[in-house]
Design a binder for this molecule. Structure first.
Ligand SMILES: Nc1nc2c(c(=O)[nH]1)N[C@H]1C(S)=C(S)[C@@H](COP(=O)(O)OP(=O)(O)OC[C@H]3O[C@@H](n4cnc5c(=O)[nH]c(N)nc54)[C@H](O)[C@@H]3O)O[C@H]1N2
Ligand SMILES: Nc1nc2c(c(=O)[nH]1)N[C@H]1C(S)=C(S)[C@@H](COP(=O)(O)OP(=O)(O)OC[C@H]3O[C@@H](n4cnc5c(=O)[nH]c(N)nc54)[C@H](O)[C@@H]3O)O[C@H]1N2
Ligand SMILES: [Mo]
Length: 747
């Protein structure tokens, strides 16, 4: 039996893997790539998954977790490097040939166009060790400024908001189980019932007390949990959550429901915020967000009554991607934090504000140096002391470290671009580790064209994702149960990922790949291949930083009775005796800002970048379904999940469908300024009549990111995935000639 955690989201449910009674045969090591690329979804498992008791999941798993063992036996697992040949096709190659080619091209392209012309794109699914090694590789071997990652799509606005308000970004600054005692939980744009089902256990208390408030333009599975007196569902116009929050804070202060003592003792900036919310009386907000003013008042009072100052058992405000993936995402997070501060929630046991981190290692992935502006330990790359410290750990001159690079969307926009009047030429070579950009990037029509415009694309993956299929070189890597490492969960708890099965022959760990490439690129910097050793180095590099892991090691994590320790967990001198116990709850005494107080910052509502207009009169919102994970590269290959949700669909309200002449299952054309897609209709009253909803898990003609906007939040660089203006019609007569027919789409 191997005790480990789920391969998917940031909840990191604890599970144990047991040998399957009838192990599957190893995939053929010398599989022919074309056969590899053509293999059907499905696959056999060599282990059996069981839920394991743990504070977050209490033994529970979702359908993706239960079926995760199938990932180890998918039919089209990559087991050999692939190199694009003169015929334009990918062919099997030896590791030496593939790595030689990558090193040769990286050297030549950097020599011809400068170091920043070789860029790196990482992922929040990588272990801490891999994320750290990737950042170190970019900064010391390639010496490029251009490294960023898919966390920019996911957590950047929450991180920016928390950093400027609290001085620290730990998604949940408290253990998830703390929610259990709360009287009220406000969930803004988060659909936990589908995105983290085992976490619902912690909402039972608030539901029992009538205090679950869900803000979502859809009656999502989570919003439905507010039925029967369990709480309130606010169904705003998409992209207007900021107006909702400004009105809630207006009511709290207008009715004298705030925590004045807390505000005076623990915050700064309240006066400016008070002035900024004064004009947001609920009747005005109602005109913007479409939520009845009385209902806004009711919710403000419900939250205040639940808060410590109101004599309640506690209140939490949590944000998810529904409000963060917006051009005003940082402002919306800021407004949510302002509301929490006015109610006196952050830094108190039993109350608080948090952002629900998404990817498996979405938290750790943003702490260890794959973000364009960061060095390990959540240090700023433009801070001279941080550069000095990290350069010493790496054994390089601090002056040799590059500065901040382009944030993800800007990086993708610039790929392959020629030099312009005010911008240098864009990157010509890209390494992708842990992201399937062709499906998941905003305005993927543009991104795919830019990937194709590169001189050289290298993709590391364990399946031939849509992005890998565009690569010049594909390097097959180990996954999840085939490797050792650590992941940092949405709670900031550092967990051990453990190896349960041998990797198929021919597959290499990313740590080994980066070490091999560093050697080929004649780097004097040492790259370890043992995850425990890499972790120790990461811990030293993080020492003294906001995300301090220096008191942690694989050995210590393995010895913990309740697995996992919360960061910050600094090393303490040996003579002190006990090691640092970790920090389950941050902010209890003080905030890590210059004056120890949380900063309230005034923000205002502007609305989505791509608002309704005559040729795009409806809102298109996007999100997830329970059975699929992200770009679907993994879950579309698991038979049970693919059968449950076989393809893309558009949720449309029956009233809207009637006016457009669209019946259930009919092919629907969606057109935005970026292009048009087609997918079958699913008629449902759960979505607003002015809005259609699509999940983004599929490629091809129904891939919603082909038409989403790549507009970004000016502070965080996060794209506006959640809302854009769209034209909706019955497909067929108006179908653009380049698009496949609806029959193909429905297949
Ligand atoms: N099954 C599954 N689980 C996952 C993932 C997955 O892909 N599949 N991915 C993981 C990752 S990386 C992440 S980031 C999390 C994401 O977890 P969530 O944030 O819960 O997921 P989403 O479905 O993207 O968005 C949540 C809700 O936002 C709503 N929404 C859309 N527009 C708006 C708006 O303008 N305002 C408001 N208030 N809501 C809006 C959608 O209707 C949706 O119900 O899930 C993690 N868990
Ligand atoms: N329209 C719309 N688009 C969205 C969103 C949305 O809500 N709406 N959400 C956004 C969000 S929050 C996120 S997080 C992104 C995520 O979208 P992506 O960045 O595409 O994430 P994944 O689909 O998880 O892709 C991970 C890829 O890396 C591979 N992989 C997994 N683990 C490893 C590893 O350890 N090493 C390597 N080399 N490869 C690995 C997988 O097989 C897969 O091909 O999507 C974003 N896109
Ligand atoms: Mo995410």
């Amino acid at each position: 039996m191997t005790a480990t955690h789920c391969p998917y989201c940031a909840l990191q449910c604890a599970m144990s893997l047991h040998p399957a009674p009838d192990p599957a045969p190893d995939p053929a090591p010398d599989a022919v790539p074309d056969a590899v690329l053509a293999a059907p979804p499905g696959g056999s498992a060599s282990v059996v998954v069981q839920g394991r008791d743990f504070p977050t999941n209490k033994g529970g798993l979702c359908q993706k977790g239960w079926t995760s063992a199938s990932l180890l036996g998918v039919g089209d697992r990559l087991t050999t490097p692939l190199v694009r040949g003169a015929d334009g096709e990918l062919h099997a190659a030896s590791w030496d040939d593939a790595l030689d080619l990558v090193a040769e091209r990286a050297t030549a392209i950097a020599a011809a166009h400068g170091r920043d012309s070789v860029a790196v794109f990482g992922g929040g699914g990588l272990t801490n060790e891999k994320a750290y090694a990737l950042g170190k590789f970019a900064r010391t071997v390639l010496r490029t400024a251009n490294i960023d990652y898919n966390g920019r799509f996911c957590m950047a606005s929450a991180a920016a908001g928390a950093n400027r308000a609290f001085g620290l970004d730990r998604g949940l600054p408290f253990p998830l189980a703390d929610l259990g005692g709360a009287q009220a939980v406000l969930l803004l744009g988060s659909n936990l019932a589908e995105t983290m089902p085992p976490s619902l256990q912690h909402l039972t208390g608030a539901r029992g007390r009538g205090g679950l408030v869900v803000v979502d333009p859809r009656r999502s599975a989570t919003a439905a949990l507010t039925a029967d007196g369990a709480g309130v569902h606010l169904q705003p116009v998409p992209g207007t959550d900021l107006a909702v929050l400004l009105a809630l804070l207006h009511v709290v202060w207008a009715e004298g429901l705030g925590d004045a003592d807390y505000l005076a003792a623990r915050t700064t900036g309240a006066d400016a915020v008070r002035r900024s919310v004064a004009p947001w009386w609920p009747e005005r907000a109602e005109q913007v967000c479409g939520i009845d003013a009385e209902q806004l008042r009711r919710v403000a009072r419900l939250l205040a009554a639940a808060s410590p100052a109101g004599g309640g058992s506690g209140a939490y405000i949590l944000t998810g991607r529904g409000v963060e993936q917006s051009t005003q995402g940082t402002a919306t997070v800021t407004a949510a934090i302002n509301l929490a501060l006015a109610l006196g929630l952050p830094g108190r046991v039993g109350s608080g504000y948090g952002a629900v981190t998404g990817q498996g290692n979405g938290q750790g992935g943003r702490e260890h140096g794959q973000k364009a502006d960061q060095l390990p330990g959540y240090r700023k790359i433009d801070d001279p002391a941080a550069r000095e410290h990290v350069a010493r750990v790496w054994g390089v001159d601090p002056a040799s470290l590059p500065g901040p690079g382009l944030p993800a969307v800007e990086l993708l926009r610039r790929l392959g671009a020629p030099a312009g009047p005010d911008a240098p030429a864009g990157p010509k070579m890209l390494f992708v580790h842990g992201s399937n950009l062709v499906v998941s990037a905003p305005n993927s029509t543009m991104v795919t064209a830019n990937l194709q415009a590169l001189d050289f694309l290298v993709v590391c993956d364990f399946v031939p994702s849509e992005t890998a299929r565009l690569a010049d070189v594909v390097l097959p890597v180990t996954q999840w149960a085939e490797e050792e490492g650590t992941m940092t969960s949405l709670e900031g708890r550092v967990l051990r990922r453990r190896q349960a099965v041998a990797a198929p022959p021919g597959v290499r760990s990313e740590l080994a790949i980066l070490a091999d490439l560093a050697a080929r690129l004649r780097s004097p910097v040492h790259f370890g291949t043992d995850p425990a050793e890499v972790f120790d180095e990461l811990a030293r590099a993080s020492a003294g930083g906001p995300a301090d892991y220096s008191g942690l090691s694989h050995a210590r994590l393995d010895a913990e009775p309740i697995p996992g320790l919360f960061w910050p967990c600094p090393a303490v001198p040996a003579e002190t005796g006990a090691p640092h116990p970790g920090t389950p709850r941050t902010f209890l005494d003080t905030f890590p800002t210059a004056d120890g107080r949380a900063r309230m910052i005034a923000v205002d509502h502007v609305g989505p970048s791509d608002d309704l207009r005559p040729d795009a009169p409806l809102y298109l919102i996007t999100g997830r379904v329970l059975q699929h994970y992200q770009s679907g590269a993994q879950t579309r290959r698991v038979e049970e999940l693919a059968a449950a949700q076989p393809g893309p669909f558009v949720e449309i309200h029956p009233v809207l469908a009637l006016t457009l002449g669209i019946e259930d299952d009919a092919p629907v054309r969606l057109a935005t300024a970026r292009g048009a897609i087609v997918a079958p209709a699913r008629l449902t009253t759960s979505v607003r009549q002015d809005t259609v909803f699509m999940p983004f898990h599929w490629s091809g003609a129904g891939s919603v990111n082909r038409i989403t906007t790549d507009a970004t939040d000016p502070i965080s660089g996060m794209p506006e995935f959640k809302v854009c203006a769209v034209d909706v019609s019955l497909a067929g007569t108006v179908l653009a000639p380049a698009l496949p027919t609806s029959v193909e789409v429905l297949r």
